[in-house]
Design a protein around this ligand. Structure first.
Ligand SMILES: [Mg+2]
Length: 231
């Protein structure tokens, strides 16, 4: 159970906690493919073949295992590798990535998330804490956030305790004074617990609790936490 009297700030996961991530990525991939068709047509043809994009990404992930926390780097290198394999100019990867990345920020908040964030932000400082490469300040959720910590910039990803501690340090608070909310039972909930934070599970995807550890307070939507936290 939460110790409400101790909570002085909230860290929030972004993807699949505030908005569904896969529709956004799928749209960004379409925009990228359209851009390639115009500017690097051989690459567009190559990437349209079944399984090719996935194989290239798997090869890049393996080649750069030390960059697993940096999805921006991996995405850009996968585009560069596609251009190389198709015999087109690899420097186009930078412009192509920017096209992908702009659309990747064009997220649609789950219904009710915006008013929930407004209510929470009126009481607590909110800090984004994400393994993905969404920039919360480029989304409709941006105005409610005081700061954001990303695995890409920090250098290690959740569930590593160090990234949770970095977020708490940014707030000048001990971990137990911070409540972390996220959709992933392991990277968010288990990670936060092991880092000494308080946590609740925003189980937007309807998963079963997979850990031996007692299941924490669980809701299916951020808004369900507001009345409880702000009572
Ligand atoms: Mg998530």
């Amino acid at each position: 159970m939460l110790n409400l009297s101790k909570i002085q700030a909230i860290t929030l996961d972004l993807d699949d906690t505030l908005w569904p991530v896969w529709p956004t990525i799928a749209r960004a991939e379409v925009v990228l493919q359209d851009w390639l068709a115009l500017h690097a047509p051989q690459t567009a043809l190559l990437c349209a073949q079944p399984g090719v994009k996935q194989a290239i990404r798997a090869a890049i992930n393996q080649r750069h295992a030390d960059k697993a926390h940096d999805l921006t780097f991996l995405r850009r290198e996968a585009i560069r590798e596609s251009l190389l394999r198709a015999g087109e100019a690899p420097h186009l990867a930078d412009a192509a990535f920017e096209v992908f990345f702009a659309e990747r920020q064009n997220v649609q908040l789950y219904d009710g998330v915006q008013p929930a964030l407004a209510r929470l932000a009126a009481r607590y400082p909110l800090v984004g804490l994400s393994n993905g490469n969404a920039d919360v300040f480029r989304t409709e959720a941006g105005p409610y956030f005081q700061a954001a910590v990303s695995a890409r910039v920090f250098g290690v990803a959740k569930p590593d305790a160090r990234i949770f501690h970095a977020a708490a340090a940014q707030l000048n608070l001990p971990p137990e004074a911070v409540l972390h909310l996220g959709d992933d039972a392991t990277t968010d909930v288990l990670g936060a617990l092991l880092a000494g934070m308080q946590t609740a599970w925003v189980n937007t995807q309807g998963h079963d609790w997979p850990h031996d550890l007692a299941q924490p307070l669980t809701v299916s939507h951020l808004a369900e936490l507001c009345d409880y936290l702000l009572a």
